[in-house]
Ligand binder design. Structure first.
Ligand SMILES: Nc1ncnc2c1ncn2[C@@H]1O[C@H](COP(=O)(O)OP(=O)(O)O)[C@@H](O)[C@H]1O
Ligand SMILES: [Mg+2]
Length: 266
């Protein structure tokens, strides 16, 4: 019994092979300690920025129970299937997307599945979606350190993880947990994006720190993950993502993510 347990522990999790017609060059997962911090928004913006640089980009929406990528891009077409796979749908700007929400009869249908089924769906988005040629595949992970992030880190060959957080969220242990999980699984953490770091006063242009002084430097220093970018809280971002128009985002806002792009395109 003791030996059996030992053997089981030693077993390496299997790295999944993507569909034969997928040619995926680099894979980055976007994670956060908790929900509502802007993880999907950052995933979407990174995809748009990479696409504007001329890359072929895909988004694998790994947030099965709370998918928001289709809404941000205004997608409501159903993916087309073949016998051995499913084609992603294209955004207006040419980003390939696969999300469970695209497969549900109604976008507000809940997904009431247990952990292993959720991670099974994400695995299938990797193995059974015909991604074609993709320079960058971005995976929008569900928040936290649960089943799906673990499955993705163990069974998809990630080039790295990008962590999204809020200034005050960083003071909690929760972000460090996420970074430590990645490190424990030997997955490189590209860096941290601090979202809603400040807002710009529409009258005087002053930057207001809505959550007070950021603890980012301190905490990113301790976890060895560099703070790469700070995004403002901008009502346009909320509007564009609510109305399916995230691709209207201007280059000025996207430029804030430049240090992340430099690292992933390196
Ligand atoms: N920097 C920002 N400025 C304005 N609204 C934002 C910003 N970041 C996120 N939001 C809005 O906050 C909500 C939550 O963001 P989302 O990316 O869905 O979070 P998560 O994926 O972490 O749960 C969305 O409605 C989004 O449009
Ligand atoms: Mg989300």
């Amino acid at each position: 019994m003791g030996q059996q347990q030992c053997a089981r522990k030693k077993q390496e999790p299997e790295i999944l092979v993507p569909h034969a017609d997928s040619d995926i060059k680099r894979v980055y997962a976007v994670m956060s300690g908790k929900g509502g911090v802007g993880k999907s928004l950052v995933t979407g913006l990174l995809a748009i920025a990479l696409r504007r640089r001329g890359y072929q980009v895909g988004i694998l929406d790994g947030d099965i129970t709370g998918p928001s990528i289709p809404k941000m891009f205004g997608l409501d077409v159903k993916p087309v299937g073949m016998e051995d796979g499913l084609f992603p749908v294209y955004t207006r700007g040419g980003i390939k997307v696969m999300s469970l929400n695209l497969l549900l009869p109604h976008e507000d249908d809940p997904v009431i599945w247990r952990g292993p089924i959720l991670s099974g769906a994400v695995r299938q988005f990797w193995t059974d979606v015909i991604w074609g040629r993709v320079d960058f595949l971005l995976i929008d992970l569900p928040p936290g350190t649960g089943d799906v992030p673990l499955t993705v880190m163990q069974s998809i060959p990630l080039n790295g993880l990008i962590v999204v957080t809020l200034p005050q969220d960083l003071s909690a242990l929760i972000v460090r947990k996420a970074v430590k999980m990645a490190m424990a699984l030997n997955k490189p953490v590209v860096g941290v994006v601090e979202n809603m770091a400040y807002a710009v006063c529409p009258r005087c242009g002053e930057e207001v720190k809505l959550f007070g002084d950021s603890h980012s430097q301190q905490i990113t220093g301790r976890t060895l993950a560099p703070l790469l970018a700070r995004l403002p809280l901008d009502p346009r971002l909320a509007f564009w993502s609510d109305t399916g128009g995230l691709e209207f985002c201007d280059d000025g806002l996207l430029a804030k993510l430049e240090p992340v792009l430099e690292k992933v395109c390196d």
